[in-house]
Design a protein around this ligand. Structure first.
Ligand code: AMP
Length: 111
């Protein structure tokens, strides 16, 4: 079976600008940043999207997101966490991931 893009990044087969790693997740800078801080938080285990993953995994992702928000100085002014899911949700990479966006004023609706 072919590995997906984020599995290849996880395994170091494709380079990434990695900013965090623990037993459960990795995080790296988005290649096409939509904000001054744009980090992807990715579970090491492959799940297609949030509908497939155990609650425990979602918790590990949130823990990493909070840590990265603090490390990047985003907690005072705020930040956004996004999980695009499926076709209408605008998901392009079918390996569960969370976007951490910060460092600029966000707008709503997200578009
Ligand atoms: P989504 O559209 O929610 O599935 O998000 C996928 C994200 O992955 C997009 O924001 C892309 O810019 C990002 N992306 C695609 N390829 C890479 C890569 N090689 N390294 C880092 N980010 C990537």
């Amino acid at each position: 079976m072919n590995k997906c893009l984020f599995c290849m990044i996880r395994d170091g087969e494709i380079p990434s600008d990695k900013v965090y790693e623990d037993e459960h997740v990795i995080a790296f800078r988005d290649i096409d940043p939509q904000a001054p801080v744009h980090v992807l938080i990715v579970p090491k285990e492959h799940y297609a999207d949030i509908t497939e993953c155990p609650n425990e995994t979602a918790g590990y992702m949130l823990d990493a997101a909070r840590r990265l928000a603090v490390e990047n100085g985003l907690t005072e002014k705020g930040f956004r966490l996004v999980m695009n899911t499926g076709e209408e949700g605008g998901q392009s990479v079918k390996h569960l991931h969370m976007h951490l966006l910060g460092g600029r004023q966000m707008t709503w609706p997200a578009g």
